[in-house]
Design a protein around this ligand. Structure first.
Ligand code: FES
Ligand code: FES
Length: 425
């Protein structure tokens, strides 16, 4: 290859003060040779290396990141920081894979202060692999702006990722074998997908929406997902107040914009809640226009039509019936009939009355929760089902009982739940 054009990878190395840094020092003093690509940052312990350091290094264009610590169980701190480094690297490698980068660009090694020759060997091997991989991003076919957006989205999630690591994404056994096995296991892949992947996609989606409102098709193309996956993310984010989703136009807008006037929310207002474009709802409000005394009637009719009362609808009711918004909110939040959170397309109600309880309502509820994937009071990610429990439904001899969209399913055993729910698409 032409000497001038030869690719020289840029590498950042985080070396623990007590072992790996000593190893690197001995390597230099002993004149062991390795390519001069690495820029060393000394940290007191490999456990001090935060995922943000690694992602920021990649965001600044390095081709590889090296983390070096003491051998497992030789960490100089009681916390055994090298296990934390093990977990951090396991998770960030997976994150790099999601972002579209080769996970091998991040390398973790244990090097003691007496292993100068080993440090040189590791550096030679890592440099050779990085040279083979080529420049970060370009070699993986990820455009610079896309990579920047993905890394930004991942960096925003770091506090959450650390929490997920502490609570779920680690091995319960502190041995090198157990850690290696856990981060290579299917269990880790499944947990990562469940806890991180969706959130990373949502974080990228919101970043795109903060530039301007977009359609689900546009977002799907930009993020390499299907429109239905985008619709699912938009539904979840809308429920959390991160965006507005007009399902009738498949249009999504962020809750606020980078360059928008924060006071007027001009761009956000271009996407109206779908309920505001519903002719039946418009007719209900028009029927009672200027009649403050009809507040409860309007709320009940809209609740029965839309299954929940979005903020935009409550504002419209307040304006057009001439009732202060505080009064509308007071009524809407007082009665259990009204819901201020979205409901699924199908509403499941599991009776928790005494008779049903004695006949196995708890077991029935557990099966429903397991099948639908949500707890009572929640809506599933696809907004297909919302689950509620409540007191006696007045048909105790049929217990345990479940009602779906007003249809009673009595004497329902747990093993029949799936069969019943299959009928509600
Ligand atoms: S002190 Fe070296 S890894 Fe903790
Ligand atoms: S206790 Fe469930 S219907 Fe009466």
């Amino acid at each position: 290859m032409d000497g001038e054009r030869e690719f020289k990878p840029r590498v950042v190395g985080f070396l623990c003060n007590w072992c790996c840094y000593g190893g690197a020092d001995l390597c230099g003093v002993s004149r062991f040779q390795y390519p001069p690509y690495i820029r060393v940052i000394r940290v007191m312990c490999s456990g001090r290396v935060d995922p943000a350091f690694v992602l920021r290094a990649f965001a600044n264009g390095v081709d590889g990141v090296f983390v070096g610590g003491c051998h497992i169980n030789d960490c100089h701190y009681n916390t055994e920081g090298n296990y934390d480094a093990f977990g951090m690297v396991g998770i960030v490698k997976k994150l790099l894979e999601q972002i579209g980068l080769d996970p091998e660009r991040l390398r973790l090694e244990w090097v003691s202060a007496g292993e100068g020759i080993r440090f040189a060997e590791v550096m030679n091997d890592f440099s050779a692999k990085l040279k083979k991989m080529g420049p970060m991003g370009k070699s993986e076919g990820v455009a610079e702006d896309v990579l920047k957006r993905r890394l930004d989205a991942a960096m925003k999630m770091i506090p959450y990722i650390k929490l997920a690591e502490r609570e779920r994404l680690h091995s319960n056994q502190r041995t090198e074998e157990a850690y290696a096995k856990f981060y290579a296991s299917e269990e880790f892949d499944t947990l990562f997908k469940k806890l991180i992947t969706d959130k990373l996609e949502i974080s990228q989606m919101i970043a795109l929406l903060r530039e301007k409102p977009r359609t689900t098709g546009e977002l799907a193309e930009l993020l390499g997902l299907t429109p239905s996956e985008i619709a699912r993310h938009a539904n979840i984010s809308a429920r959390q107040g991160l965006c507005r989703f007009d399902e009738s136009k498949n249009l999504v807008a962020a809750a606020y914009y980078e360059n928008d006037d924060q006071r007027t929310g001009a761009q956000t207002d271009t996407v109206r809640a779908a309920a505001l474009d519903n002719e039946k709802i418009e007719a209900i409000i028009a029927k009672y226009e200027g009649k403050p005394g009809a507040l409860i009637h309007v709320l009940m009719e809209i609740q029965s039509e839309n299954h929940w009362l979005p903020k935009e609808i409550l504002n419209a009711i307040s304006d057009r019936l001439n009732v202060p918004l505080s009064r509308v909110m007071q009524v809407a939040s007082f009665y259990k009939t009204f819901s201020l959170t979205p409901k699924g397309r199908h509403r499941i109600h599991v009776c928790s009355g005494t008779s049903c309880h004695l006949r196995g309502a708890d077991e029935l509820l557990n099966s429903v929760q397991e099948l639908v994937g949500v707890k009572a009071g929640e809506v599933d990610a696809d907004a297909r089902f919302s689950l509620e429990t409540g007191c006696c439904l007045g048909s105790c001899t049929l217990g345990p009982e479940m009602i779906v969209d007003g249809e009673h399913h009595g004497r329902l055993s747990s093993d029949r739940v799936e069969e019943v729910l299959k009928n509600y698409a």
